[in-house]
Design a protein around this ligand. Structure first.
Ligand SMILES: C[C@@H](C(=O)O)C(=O)SCCNC(=O)CCNC(=O)[C@H](O)C(C)(C)COP(=O)(O)OP(=O)(O)OC[C@H]1O[C@@H](n2cnc3c(N)ncnc32)[C@H](O)[C@@H]1OP(=O)(O)O
Ligand SMILES: [Co+2]
Length: 132
């Protein structure tokens, strides 16, 4: 079902500052985007066959702002690539996994994304991502 690690989502307070650090590591931004539904502004840094996603909150009540308030900045989620997200969600629901999103939502770059609740994944917020 899972093809690869699509990206690692890192919650940051200041996207521009954090981006500079990833550039210092030698990575180059593939671009930034505001994803309104998730209340985030993101920047993607491809590395090998995967990417780092830096996320800054656009609102004090968004999931990234809440995460940082509780835990400080750091890894907020891991995203796995899937071929067919509707099928993956149906299979996981059938197996009793707690879904945050029953249906795919809009993800950066036009991906279809859905989250699994950390309470049923041993403490890791998992994102499924289908993209071309
Ligand atoms: C743009 C897009 C893309 O890639 O294209 C993205 O990535 S958007 C990325 C941002 N979007 C999202 O994260 C959307 C999905 N996330 C959510 O719906 C939410 O953040 C939840 C994961 C449901 C948590 O929200 P909630 O208000 O319930 O927070 P809460 O603090 O009460 O958390 C409930 C319990 O889950 C734990 N918990 C919360 N967030 C967690 C996280 N990121 N990783 C691991 N555990 C986490 C808390 O410690 C708590 O456990 P205890 O009860 O033991 O204390
Ligand atoms: Co993500």
């Amino acid at each position: 079902m899972l093809k690869k690690v699509d990206h690692i989502g890192i919650a940051v307070k200041d996207l521009a500052e954090a981006s500079k650090f990833y550039e210092t590591l030698g990575l180059k931004s593939a671009g930034t985007e505001v994803v309104e539904e998730q209340k985030v502004k993101v920047a993607f840094f491809p590395v090998g066959d995967s990417e780092v996603e830096l996320l800054e909150s656009t609102s004090p009540d968004g999931p990234i702002a809440k995460y940082i308030e509780k835990n400080g900045a750091g890894i907020q989620h891991i995203a796995f690539r899937v071929d067919n997200i509707e099928k993956a969600l149906a299979e996981l629901k059938e197996k009793g996994v707690r879904l945050i999103d029953e249906k795919p939502r809009y993800g950066a770059g036009g991906a279809k994304i859905a989250f699994l609740h950390p309470k049923s994944t041993f403490g890791v917020l998992i994102e499924l991502s289908e993209r071309d």
